[in-house]
Structures are given as C-alpha cells and as structure tokens.
Design a protein around this ligand. Structure first.
Ligand code: LLP
Length: 385
C-alpha cells in the first residue's frame, strides 16, 4: 500500500486502468448532501459527462442524486444505473429526434432547450406522442469565468444558450405551443471555477433576469445554475473534497429565489475528479540529449486533458521511494502532444514501476479514444478489489 493505493492488488491488473476510491466518492457525495439538505427544494443532478462508469453511476444514484445528461446514450446509461427519470435533465445544443423521443418516452424531468428550432421540434415530437414536454430555457448570461478558454461557456461568443435579450419573446412564444410546458431557466458559465465571485456574478445576473420576467408576469418553477465548481489538481491529498460549503453558501447568500421555486445544480468534476487516478506502468526510461523521458503505457487516448487543455495532473511513482529525479512523462502515441507532464520530479523510476496520474476521475475515462487502435482503459473501483 502506498498512500491510499492497494499496490499489491494492482500488480495483476493490466495497465493502463482507472482506479476509483469508492469511499472518497461516498464521502464527497455525503458532504454535498449535508450542504444541500440544509435548504428546502435544492437538488443536485450529477453531470454524467464527467464520468459514466456504471459502478460510479450506481454509487451516485444511491446517494439520491439526479442526473444531468447531454445525449441519448447518457440517458440510457442513467436509466440502466437506476436513476429515476423524474430526476433527469437533458441539455445540449444539438439533440437528435431519437434522443428527444427517448426523453419523452421516459418522461424525464426536463429538457434544457438552447434554441427556437429545437423547441419547435420538441413540441412537434411531443405532439405526435400526445405528451407535454417540460422545458427549461438555457440562457447565455454573458458572464465570464476565470478558467481555461476551452471550458468557458457562458459568454455571448459561445454557441451555448439563448441570448438574454431573446428571453422574454422566446418564453412568450413557448407558452403558446400546445405540447410545451415552460418550467425553468438554465445557466452554466464554465468548468473548473475556483473563484466564487464568478458564481456570485451568475447569481446577480439570474436575479436581474427574474426581475425582468416578473415585469412580464412570468415565473418559472425552477432555476438551474449548472455546474462548474473546480477541484485542487495540485493537492489531491490535502484537498480531496472540493469546497462545497463556499460554493453552496454563495448561492444561498446571493440568489433570490421566488416563493416555492426550486434550485438545481449540475455538478460533474467536483463530484468525481479526486476519487479517480489513471494507473499506468513505466515501459522505459529513455535518456534524451538533455533530459530523461519516463515512457508509460498510458497515452492521451486514455487521458486527454493535458494534451487538450494543457491541464496539470499530479503524477506519483507508486513503486519507488528513492530520491527524486526530473522526468518528462510521456505516452506511446505517435504525436508530440502525447505528454502528461514536463520536467517533473518523480522518485527515481525504473521499468515496471506503477505511476498514478491523479485527479483523473472527471473527464478522464469518459474522454478516452481508440486512436492508434488502442484498447479503451477499464475502470475499477476500490469496492471491486
Ligand atoms: N452543466 C452543463 C450544461 C455543462 O456544460 C457542464 C460541463 C456541466 C454541467 C458540468 O460541469 P462541471 O461541474 O463538471 O464543471 N472536458 C473538460 C470539461 C468540459 C465541461 C463541459 N461542460 C475538462 O476536462 O476540463
């Protein structure tokens, strides 16, 4: 055992694989529930896009969470994992007809709608089934977030959501449609957000928009503020559970809910990031002209975040306690971007050593690809070992 890892057990598992600490996940879920239960009518829908591993989905469902889905495949995965359809929200700028039909057939909680053409199609498909679709409008609040540009979503320049100036006419139009029931407003400003002022800015914008709606005598059942809370990638051991208290307190203090209105969250990363590590084996230590490469058997096909967003993940050698040396940790893919980290200190590393790439539970396994005809990595939870 090194740290929290059952090293002996790992020896017989084919690398690379994802390892999930189920106890940490349960503790994280409990922390969230403790915060949320202090407020009447607050609900968390786990953002399945972060990780749809069936074992994790079952643990999250058992904690009573709903689900936030962005595709028919995610809706199917959630139904299989036992999430009640009445707790499923379905978002996305490009929903196909079969996906909308799947949502209608299962009577999901609501569709988060991003455009008028989409609304018309949902109305038409619901009409064919003699059903009424519950919809929330995703509004683009034009609120920035201090995070990587690729994962900012709430600015006017992004493809997401309906522009604020269109909010009233869109809702008025929707209320005329026979098979649509407008139930909520939906927002999401970005991901890996650590500055609570960004969420505060979102709350202030929601307050303004609700005031405007009230002037038009429009009220909605619920407000959905999306997800976005970040985690500490630098210190996964010191801060294994995100600062949910500050996050939820920000909404409790700043957001003005109307009487009877419920508040919904769609947290993904902060739920699962820290419980997951990518476990990979060192294949070779290669002495370059002026540095050492630690070549591992995982590549960006297994974890694409460093290559795609220049994301930092802490890397540890689980098999060695020797003095540290500097390495570039790289994968086997035939691309120069297949690098997990440059010039980092690892305990002196040899062929066969197991390496943990930490904080990889969110947007890791689920973003894996088969490029180079590589096998997809498996995910194993501590419950299964
Ligand atoms: N709700 C909506 C509408 C979203 O678009 C997202 C994430 C979430 C909720 C969940 O956000 P979270 O709580 O996980 O921040 N692949 C990127 C992250 C993409 C996030 C996309 N949307 C990464 O690896 O950093």
């Amino acid at each position: 055992m090194k740290g929290q890892f059952p090293l002996e057990r790992f020896q017989s598992i084919r690398t690379p694989f994802y390892y999930y600490d189920a106890d940490l996940l349960r503790k994280t879920l409990q922390t969230i529930n403790d915060e949320v239960e202090r407020h009447e009518n607050w609900h968390v829908h786990y953002a399945v896009k972060a990780n749809a591993n069936p074992s994790l989905l079952r643990i999250i469902r058992n904690a009573g969470f709903g689900a936030d889905c962005v595709s028919g495949g995610e809706i199917e995965a959630c139904i299989r994992a036992g999430f009640p359809a009445s707790k499923i929200v379905y978002a996305g700028v490009g929903k196909s007809d079969w996906e909308i039909n799947l949502g209608l057939d299962n009577n999901i909680f609501c569709f988060n709608v991003e455009s008028i053409p989409e609304l018309e199609v949902i109305n038409q498909l619901a009409h064919q089934k003699g059903k009424t679709a519950r919809v929330a409008f995703r509004l683009n609040p034009n609120v920035g977030a201090h995070t990587h540009a690729n994962i900012t979503t709430g600015l006017a320049e992004n493809k997401f959501g309906i522009a604020m100036r269109d909010m009233v006419p869109v809702i008025e139009h929707a209320t005329c449609l026979q098979n649509i029931q407008v139930v909520g407003l939906h927002f999401h400003i970005g991901s890996q957000i650590l500055d609570m002022n960004d969420f505060k800015a979102l709350c202030n914008r929601v307050n303004e928009l609700q005031d405007e709606l009230e002037r038009h005598r429009i009220t909605v059942e619920h407000i959905n503020v999306g997800g976005g809370l970040g985690v500490d990638y630098e210190h996964p051991n010191r801060l294994p559970i995100a600062d949910f208290k500050s996050y939820f307190d920000t909404f409790a203090r700043t957001l003005k809910l109307r009487t009877g209105q419920s508040l919904h969250f769609e947290l993904g990363r902060a739920v699962v990031a820290q419980c997951g590590s990518l476990i990979t084996r060192t294949l070779y230590i290669k002495e370059g002209a002026f540095k050492k490469f630690c070549i591992v058997d995982a590549g960006f096909t297994d974890l694409i975040r460093p290559a795609l967003y220049q994301a930092y993940h802490k890397i540890e050698n689980l098999s060695s306690d020797s003095a540290t040396e500097s390495y570039d940790v790289v994968g086997p893919i035939c691309e120069s971007t297949d690098v997990f980290a440059k010039q980092i200190d690892l305990n002196e590393t040899h062929r066969g050593d197991l390496i943990a790439i930490r904080s990889a539970g969110a947007y890791g396994e689920i973003m894996a690809s088969g490029y180079n005809c590589r096998q997809l990595p498996k995910g194993i939870t501590s419950d299964e070992l």
